[in-house]
Design a protein around this ligand. Structure first.
Ligand code: GMZ
Ligand code: MG
Ligand code: ZN
Length: 175
């Protein structure tokens, strides 16, 4: 199967150093909804793996998080596509969970969900932790320059990292 895994904040929607705390703050990056829909219509399964420590920090509720993901699904559906499995880590950095990136727990959960291996599967992110999670399980690290991507790039990435301007450019490369 054609599986693509996306980070959320800074890849699908704009990110903020103050966290994305409400549905109103969840604003798609230009071209990202259309990119997901086009990929989906081209036979790709598009899954999402996102750290959401704002839950543990008490910045927003699980209901609010689910409302953001319902909005994502509705916007992609309106373009004729669909979003696959969305996995999130609600834990804080000090909880030692297995799912918070750069740990690969969420990628492994998605692989198990679809009963596929992660070798070479593209994981598109904007942060160093996204790239490290991909490398930890043999997936293909892909960096976009949106969100924290430019900052991540400026600090240096591994040679095998693929780099694109944004998610729309990733979709163009795959379709
Ligand atoms: O990019 P994804 O994984 O979809 O989500 C990132 C968010 O959970 C937040 O992650 C936080 O990192 P800490 O969790 O505080 O280390 C900060 O980077 C915030 O700016 C950011 O909005
Ligand atoms: Mg991100
Ligand atoms: Zn976790």
């Amino acid at each position: 199967m054609k599986l693509l895994i996306l980070d959320r904040d800074g890849v699908i929607n704009h990110d903020s150093d103050a966290y994305i705390k409400s549905l109103e703050e969840w604003i798609p990056i230009a071209g990202s909804i259309e990119a997901i829909a086009q990929l989906s219509k081209a036979g790709w399964t598009v899954a999402v793996a996102t750290n959401q420590s704002g839950i543990a920090r008490g910045y927003y509720s699980l209901d609010t998080l689910e409302a953001m993901h319902a909005r994502l699904r509705a916007l992609v559906a309106a373009e004729g596509g669909e979003v696959g499995h969305i996995v999130y880590c609600p834990h804080g950095p000090d909880e030692g969970c297995a799912c918070r990136k750069p740990k690969p727990g969420m990628l492994l959960a998605i692989a198990e969900q679809y009963r596929v291996a992660l070798d070479g599967i593209w994981f598109v992110g904007d942060s160093k932790g996204d790239l490290e999670a991909a490398l930890a399980v043999g997936a293909q690290p892909v960096l976009v320059k949106t969100g924290k991507g430019e900052k991540t790039l400026s600090k240096g990435v591994t040679q095998d990292t693929l780099i694109f301007d944004d998610l729309a450019a990733v979709a163009r490369a795959l379709i």
